[in-house]
Design a protein around this ligand. Structure first.
Ligand code: ARG
Length: 472
């Protein structure tokens, strides 16, 4: 949003006694971040409360002042929460807006809050608390999506469909098996986020501007109050570090890539050419010109949003690249891409969850597609290897000829008469028809992690334990 600031309004408490000239409008405009960092208000107040408690415990400020500050911070919380707080552009950012309001409420006592603290450790703390909070939310949202995928996979554990490579029919699989692949992908996304969360959980508060403080602060105490494992060990690093933003956004980007692959599959499956999946009216939108259309816009946007989610990581990595220690205002540029990426990832997860929960598989169309392709060709080649001990490559060549004949005759492999098969290779006998049956092919792929329904059911049980913490 473009905003304009009069020179007088731009004079703020930060410029105080030091500055004579008023700030140029454009400089004030480029500097202000309140339009986007106001969403850090909860974290900012939580950090201030922990800091005040510690200042009191360490006798750096009096109990009475601490009480007055804490109570006023509580009131400010309610004001922002209820929408009555008046955010001012002239006050730059969330920190100064809250501090200014504190001053309006309790006068000069407000000034004691910033003892032994700087906006540099304050913003590092706010971002960390915010990111840590959303990582926890995303984890439970991904878990919910996994739960829905697992339920649908259970329902479709025996539903046959062609499995694809190169988007060409390859071998028969079950729809349940296919859905379970995404459960694994999202499981890895969750562990990546959990890993980043573990690493980031060190408290920057108390690093002050960059070098620590002369006040006898207790960083262990604020760490305990704010749920950190320990204080960050190096004050310069503590205010310079935005690894946690990059790591979470990199993980968010990978997760978005996963969701985009499912989205694209859904788009393909819902085309009239495939018709593998039906999306109800509640999941689709209409066309303004073509009355017959039902568009999978939700899935398309899940796919479309991958760009902005992935690019957030790049934006922040470029901001940080070559930045000298410690804090620099460039780092303010982490917020908009970060918030945008996280908001949109969460929207993508929610949208995907709705689609998966409500989609209907067209089992008939899936089965037909299996029969229309030659997806049991590998089974026939495997059979030849077992029966004749010929090398697989030779069997591959022979079955290639079988497929060509079936293609010429416009029929399935199982429709070819035995004498024709025997002309291609004498080892073929009536047992091959059992091999060529789709169900036999499916059940035969019973290696660990394979598509045989019995294995898919095992995967489902294991996944419920591993990802949902359920015993069955
Ligand atoms: N709005 C700033 C940011 O997002 C907060 C920290 C400002 N610190 C400073 N020394 N100007 O990075």
């Amino acid at each position: 949003m473009m905003l304009s600031m009069t020179k007088t309004a731009a004079i703020d408490s930060m410029r105080g006694g030091r500055f004579v000239d008023v700030i140029e409008d454009a400089v004030a405009r480029i500097n202000t971040s309140i339009d986007f960092d106001r969403r850090l208000w909860r974290e900012d107040i939580a950090g201030s409360k922990a800091h005040v408690e510690m200042l009191v415990a360490q006798r750096i400020i009096t109990k009475e002042d601490g009480y007055v500050i804490e109570r006023a911070l509580g009131e400010i919380w309610s004001e922002i929460d209820s929408g009555t707080f008046n955010f001012l552009h002239s006050l730059e950012d969330i920190h100064l807006n809250i501090e200014h309001r504190l001053h309006e409420k309790i006068g000069d006592t407000a000034g004691r809050l910033h003892t032994g603290r700087s906006r540099n450790d304050q913003i590092a703390l706010d971002m960390k608390l915010w990111i840590r909070g959303v990582v926890d939310l995303i984890d439970s949202e991904l878990k919910e999506l996994q739960a829905v995928l697992i339920e649908r996979a259970d329902q479709y554990a025996e539903t046959i469909m062609p499995g694809f490579t190169h988007l060409q029919p390859a071998q028969p699989i079950t729809f349940g098996h296919h859905l379970m692949a995404y459960v694994e992908m999202l499981g890895r996304d969750r562990t990546r986020l959990a890993d980043a969360r573990r690493r980031m959980n060190e408290n920057p508060l108390g690093a002050a501007a960059l070098a620590g403080t002369q006040f006898p602060i207790d960083r262990q105490m604020t760490s305990a109050i704010l749920g950190f494992d320990r204080p960050a060990a190096n004050s310069l690093d503590a205010v310079s570090d935005r690894d946690f933003v990059m790591e979470v956004l990199a993980s968010a980007g990978i997760c978005a890539v996963h969701l985009s692959r499912l989205a694209e599959e859904l788009i393909i499956w819902t085309t009239s050419q495939f018709s593998f999946v039906h999306l109800s009216d509640s999941l689709t939108t209409g066309s303004s010109i073509m009355p017959q259309k039902k568009n999978p816009d939700g899935a398309e946007l899940v796919k479309g949003k991958t760009g902005r989610i992935l690019s957030a990581f790049t934006i922040i990595a470029i901001v940080l690249k070559g930045m000298p220690l410690s804090y620099g205002k460039d780092m303010q540029e982490d917020k908009e891409p970060c918030f945008d990426a996280i908001d949109n990832l969460r929207l993508c997860i929610a949208c995907t969850t709705s689609i998966v929960r409500n989609l209907q598989a067209n089992q008939e169309a899936m089965r037909k597609a299996v029969f229309a392709s030659f997806v049991t060709a590998t089974d026939l080649a495997d059979w030849l290897v077992r029966e004749t001990k010929m090398p697989f490559r030779n069997a591959h060549y022979i079955v290639g000829q079988v497929v060509r004949v079936a293609e010429e005759k416009c029929c399935g492999l199982a429709d070819l008469p035995l004498d024709l098969l025997r002309k291609i290779h004498h080892a073929f006998d009536e047992r091959v028809y059992k091999i060529l049956s789709i169900d036999a092919s499916l059940n035969a792929r019973s290696s660990y992690g394979g598509t045989a329904p019995v294995r898919v059911r095992e995967q489902i049980i294991e996944a419920r334990k591993r990802f949902l913490g359920r015993s069955c």
